[in-house]
Design a protein around this ligand. Sequence first.
Ligand SMILES: [Zn+2]
Length: 283
Amino acid sequence: MRRTSAVLLIIGALNSLWAGAAAAPPAVSEVRLYALDCGHASFTDMGFFSDTGEYAGQSGAIADPCFLIRHPKGTLLWDTGLGDKLAANPAGLDPEPGVHLSVPVTLVGQLAALGLTPADVTYVAFSHFHFDHTGNANLFGASNWIVNKAELAAALGPNPPSAVDPALISAYKTAKTRQIDGDLDVFGDGSVTILKAPGHTPGHQVLELKLAKAGVVVLSGDLYHQRRSRAERLVPPFNSSRADTLASMDRIERIVKNTHARFVIQHDAADFAALPKFPAYLD
Ligand SMILES: [Zn+2]
């Protein structure tokens, strides 16, 4: 009798171990927004952030976050940062004179802190394909990719936009990829919506979240790079279309106003610092 109990205990323990190993990540009952540190960049001259000279000769720094949205029906990663490979250089590196990049903590490490692996990320989507938003993209080959059709076509075309490296997104070929050319309600309940906002790149987009307590939050992508860029509607010279950029600013600002949204400029270090510090989240 005792022996049977011991055997049952062992089987029970093995079963829980197995269940633990194979378990899906713990579900959430509400939508949560986590802001992850996916790198930093600094410049001795920020002049290239405006084609009308406002930043000329000024030094400055930008944040390069990733955002993890946990929803009862799955997980969405919005943008993938500079890339965990850069974390191998603790002091960061200078890819060219006057530009310094650093990744003090890895995306994979931050996911692990939530009990997640890249394979647990249901969807990955991008504001756009510039290298500082796609650095870790290929870690998510097991996820469903949601990509803007025009953005992908431009990246794969004969002249990819500057700052786009098609090799950084090569996993799209084998991932389950859904191409969109407009807005998309990701989970079908209106809580997480990709909004088309072209101009920075041909398929640039922003992300709107409807959170139970925090209300509407809009993540800017690169619609603006700094708070000053928003206040003064500054357009970088490297944008694919100045006219489309201004039209997208009009559209998104109206949505922000009408929904009383909190607008987060992804590259603005102060906006990033104002978000709950990981692993805290907005809900
Ligand atoms: Zn960009």
